[in-house]
Design a protein around this ligand. Sequence first.
Ligand code: FEO
Length: 173
Amino acid sequence: MMSSKMTDALNQQINEEYYSSYIYLAMAAYLEDQDLEGMAHWMRMQAQEEYLHGMKIFDYMIERGARVELKAVANPPKEWDSPLASFEAALEHERFMTDNINKLADLAIEERDHATNNVLQWYVTEQVEEEANVDGIVKKLQMMGGGGQALFMMDRELASRPAPSIVSEAGGA
Ligand code: FEO
């Protein structure tokens, strides 16, 4: 049986994943407003991926017989100083998410909850990829100076991001 402390922590993480989905959707809206549809598409795909991250925990908790509790999702920001600033904020957010996942894994180990730790290890690996993806975009934009031509090129590149899919060991998503 999952401890109440672990149950609370996973419910909080579901909320963090849905906030992530929300903040990327807000970034998509901001980038659409800047007429950067390819970048906005990348953010939309990222928002979908975060929804699936939340669902993977949701499904796992149900499989373990733990009670899912959905909490209110906080308002994301509406504006960023520039398209580059929005991707820099995305990178900062992913680093925050990595920290959350590491703390959850610490708790699972402390509680000898091997099943939860096993699921969390998927997120540990995923966060390496999440950070690397955004970091790559930020570095390219910085390298190209973040001006009009750089934005045009990155906009075209990011327009081809495919829709996310997640194979869940816990079923669903
Ligand atoms: Fe679900 Fe991008 O962390």
